[in-house]
Design a protein around this ligand. Sequence first.
Ligand code: SF4
Length: 62
Amino acid sequence: MKVSIDLDKCCGHARCYAVDSELFQLDDSGYALRADIDIPPGAEDKARQAVNECPERAISLH
Ligand code: SF4
C-alpha cells in the first residue's frame, strides 16, 4: 500500500503528522515533505485515518 500526497493541495494543517509522525513528515513550514510514501505492514490503519483527517483531501491511498 502506498500513500500519495498532493503537495499543491496541502495547506500545512499537520493533521497527518498528528496521526503518525514517522509516516507523515513535514517541512520546516509544516507542509507535507514527501509526495509518495510506502506504508509499512501494520501502518495501514494509520494511513486510512490520515486520509480521513486531512481537511484538504490531499492524501490518497493506492
Ligand atoms: S493533513 Fe493534509 S493539509 Fe495537513 S499537512 Fe497533512 S497533507 Fe497537508
